[in-house]
Design a protein around this ligand. Structure first.
Ligand SMILES: *[C@@H]1O[C@H](CO)[C@@H](O)[C@H](O)[C@H]1NC(C)=O
Ligand SMILES: *[C@@H]1O[C@H](CO)[C@@H](O)[C@H](O)[C@H]1NC(C)=O
Ligand SMILES: *[C@@H]1O[C@H](CO)[C@@H](O)[C@H](O)[C@H]1NC(C)=O
Length: 243
């Protein structure tokens, strides 16, 4: 081989090595921007949806549905009575089963316009309030279920049918356990047989995907329900403090 050819070959070899190395190096610092897989999502029982790159992306997605003027009109009008009636049967059942009483202080997590709060009040649980990213006075105050705006031990009862919207399911549950008083009850409606819609942030494949997140509570009841696409009701009871 002629000398210039060897030089050219070596030059190209080094150049490509350099390019490969710099490519590899430029990629790794981007990783922290992505939602890192957490322990619960790596199990097969619950999985965080791919494609949500950051908490800001997540908020934008949720607000897109919550602020949709057409949907808000539907929720406040022709949806209202139908939903309140269904929630009414759920809460009456929970009260008849001893999980809820007229004296309970109750919170509905991810309540949007507040149909579940209206149902609780109609059932006789007057000290009840809802919480969502967008407030809907007077029934729903502003709050993110990943960081509830309430003190520890604030509620006797918490209800939610938006577990599938949680980007960080373990934080969703930790906040419930923090704000429930000892002995308090959490009732969650989840989808096991069906998949959520495009606004869901996680997919649940087994009851254990939720129960293992409750570190300080006991599973008190599991039953099938027919709740707006959600098929399973899980009732947890927070443990009393040890004396
Ligand atoms: C939601 O997203 C759609 C496009 O997917 C857009 O047209 C609409 O303006 C968005 N709405 C809000 C309230 O962000
Ligand atoms: C609870 O409230 C409802 C509605 O106001 C009432 O009908 C019911 O009797 C109350 N239950 C108890 C145990 O006070
Ligand atoms: C509230 O509860 C959390 C754990 O659930 C605990 O770490 C924190 O110290 C408590 N805060 C107060 C003010 O008691």
């Amino acid at each position: 081989m002629a000398k210039p050819m060897v030089k050219l070959f070596l030059f190209l070899l080094f150049l490509s090595l350099f390019l490969i190395l710099s490519l590899l190096r430029s990629r790794s610092p981007q990783q922290p921007n992505f939602v890192s897989p957490n322990p619960s999502s790596s199990s097969l029982q619950i999985q965080i949806r791919p494609g949500i790159r950051s908490y800001d992306d997540y908020l934008k997605l949720q607000l897109n549905k919550t602020l949709n003027p057409r949907l808000r009109r539907v929720w406040a009008t022709r949806d209202w009575d139908r939903k309140v009636a269904v929630f009414h049967t759920f809460f009456r059942n929970l009260r008849d089963s001893g999980f809820l009483s007229n004296n309970s202080r109750a919170l509905c997590i991810g309540a949007r316009m507040g149909q579940e709060v209206a149902a609780l009040r109609a059932v006789g649980i007057s000290d009840s309030i809802g919480m969502d990213l967008v407030p809907a006075p007077p029934l729903v105050v502003r709050g993110d279920f990943h960081a509830q705006p309430f003190n520890n031990d604030s509620f006797d009862f918490e209800f939610s049918n938006v577990f599938d919207h949680a980007l960080y399911p373990e934080r969703f549950v930790r906040e419930i356990e923090r704000t429930l008083r000892p002995g308090g009850v959490a009732a969650l409606h989840v989808a096991l047989a069906r998949r959520g819609d495009r606004y869901s942030a996680n997919d649940l494949y087994a009851v254990d995907g939720v129960t293992t997140l409750f570190k300080n509570s006991e599973l008190a009841r599991v039953r099938n329900v027919d709740g707006f696409g959600l098929d399973t009701e899980l009732v947890f009871k927070k443990k009393k403090r040890r004396r």
